[in-house]
Design a protein around this ligand. Structure first.
Ligand code: ADP
Ligand code: MG
Length: 485
């Protein structure tokens, strides 16, 4: 009899120890949620953060209307950032999302926005177009803004919502015309949006949802004052209280189904430098902070290879690499617009199919270059850092830093173009010690931190890679004599 009890106990234990996959939502314990978050590399900071979603349907958070659209768009499972950020976003809570590019951030901020807009009564929803959009999404570059627009339209077209992109390179008249027809969502680069606001092509009188995408990049590009100026155009009547109330679901959702919903501010970034924290402190209220994976570090799947070369050797080395016949698409990064053009030309001469993407190109040319690489009519993209962030070209097999990036953050973003969506990738970097001494230390650390990469001894032992620049005062050699003239 005793044994029977033990057997029963064991069976019960086994039942309780099931992995969360085998459990229903109601059976999920605190521990299961912890394991769930570990399984998806999700970690959070901030009070009262809701549980992530195990799948689209189960959360009960998204309406059928939106679930149908998700199905039509073809997203079977939410990505990790979507799993955690969407339940938070649906509580009207402010968010700082730290996740690398390619992690599905767009839908993570878009779905809560769409849920809110579609929950407005129809009359309210289509009324007051002259009061401006419900949401603005800010992105650092035109390419990125367009990518967000594409992703937004995928969802918005099924819901009969309109979006307008306010970006450089498109005529003001055309943008003004589109804006006058009304839209719910504006996607913009900060400089151009300021221009449109100052010239009164656009008001933000009913804008209650603000997204800052790739915030670190916007700051790097000097957009901090522009972003601040834009936020000054928003109504203040619906600002959240700067107290713990901003963490309380009931309080935040009080006016959710009306236009009086509290302003929600959502920020996404790959790194958290001080300037980004400053921006967050000034404009977000009690944000939930969501980190995905090992953020700021290059993806673990990318093998990083470094060659120490002189400037004169780069060309030859590049040809050697390309001659190995690596599958396209390949992205080659250089630091100068001119260098990009020159390199692409000589690649073309050698019979490679190359195009360029950099800030000196017209809008049409840039779009054409991206489309050519995506569509496979070109194999090699020679780009400056404009293309380094957020551009989603699937299956880039190789990234070559023909010129090493000027900062480790840019390096990280560049090599993040490969090794996406569960695939392995390779990033090859040419380092010229005289020119790149300022980043050698960081580069060495980054490569040492990558389980699939090995640091060449020339880099590991290089004097400039031993200490972070500026942290060690160079001692004068004792026997050195200084002659004063
Ligand atoms: P990020 O903004 O983090 O760089 P995106 O939002 O641009 O990433 O998404 C990257 C790519 O992944 C896009 O092509 C997008 O359509 C796709 N994607 C996003 N979420 C999902 C999902 N849940 N399932 C499948 N594909 C997705
Ligand atoms: Mg993005």
């Amino acid at each position: 009899k005793h044994q029977k009890i033990i057997a029963k106990k064991e069976a019960k234990q086994k039942w309780d120890d099931r992995h969360w996959v085998e459990k229903s939502l109601a059976e999920m314990t605190e521990r299961d949620w912890r394991i769930f978050k570990e399984d998806y590399n999700i970690s959070c900071k901030g009070g009262r953060i809701p549980n992530p979603m195990r799948n689209w349907k189960e959360s009960g958070l998204l309406d059928k209307e939106i679930l149908d659209v998700i199905e039509q768009v073809g997203y079977k499972e939410p990505t990790p950032i979507q799993r955690q950020a969407i339940p938070i976003g649906l509580q009207n809570r402010d968010i700082i999302g730290v996740a690398e590019t390619g992690s599905g951030k767009t839908a993570a901020f878009l779905l809560p926005l769409l849920k809110w807009i579609t929950s407005l009564p129809k009359i309210e929803r289509f009324d007051d177009y002259d009061q401006g959009p419900y949401a603005i999404i800010l992105a650092p570059t035109r390419e990125l803004a367009q990518q967000i627009e594409e992703e937004t339209i995928k969802f918005a077209k099924h819901l009969n919502l309109k979006t307008v992109a306010i970006i450089g390179g498109i005529s003001r008249e055309e943008q003004g015309f589109k804006l006058r027809q009304g839209c719910e969502i504006v996607i913009a680069t900060p400089g151009r949006l300021i221009d449109v606001l100052e010239n009164r092509y656009l008001v933000l009188a009913q804008c209650t949802y603000v997204v800052m995408d790739e915030a670190d990049r916007m700051i790097d590009m000097g957009f901090e004052p522009d972003v601040q100026k834009i936020l000054e155009y928003l109504p203040v009547s619906n600002q959240k209280p700067d107290t713990e109330d901003a963490e309380e679901v009931e309080k935040m959702l009080q006016n959710y189904t009306s236009k009086k919903k509290y302003r929600q501010t959502v920020m996404f970034t790959a790194t958290m430098p001080p300037a980004v924290e400053r921006l967050a402190r000034s404009y977000l209220r009690r944000p939930a902070v969501v980190y995905i994976g090992s953020v700021g570090k290059p993806t673990e799947r990318t093998e990083q290879i470094v060659y120490m070369v002189s400037s004169a050797e780069k060309r030859k080395k590049l040809v050697q690499i390309l001659e190995q016949g690596i599958d396209p698409p390949i992205i080659i990064f250089v630091n100068q617009k001119k260098g990009a053009d020159v390199l692409a030309k000589s690649l073309e001469k050698m019979g490679y199919n190359a195009c360029t993407l950099h800030g000196g190109k017209g809008q049409e040319q840039r779009e054409f270059a991206l489309a050519s690489l995506k569509g496979g009519t070109k194999d090699i993209l020679v780009a400056t850092d404009v293309a380094g962030r957020g551009i989603d070209i699937k299956d880039v097999s190789l990234v070559i830093n023909y010129d090493m990036a000027k900062s480790i953050e840019d390096y990280t973003h560049r090599i993040g173009r490969t090794g996406r969506a569960g695939k392995t990738g390779v990033a090859i970097t040419f380092v010229t010690p005289e020119q790149d001494s300022a980043v050698l230390y960081d580069l060495k650390q980054t490569i040492l931190a990558s389980p699939v990469s090995s640091c060449p001894p020339e880099l590991a032992n290089h004097p400039d890679a031993q200490n972070k620049p500026g942290t060690v005062v160079q001692k004068k050699r004792k026997d050195e004599t200084i002659f004063l003239q």
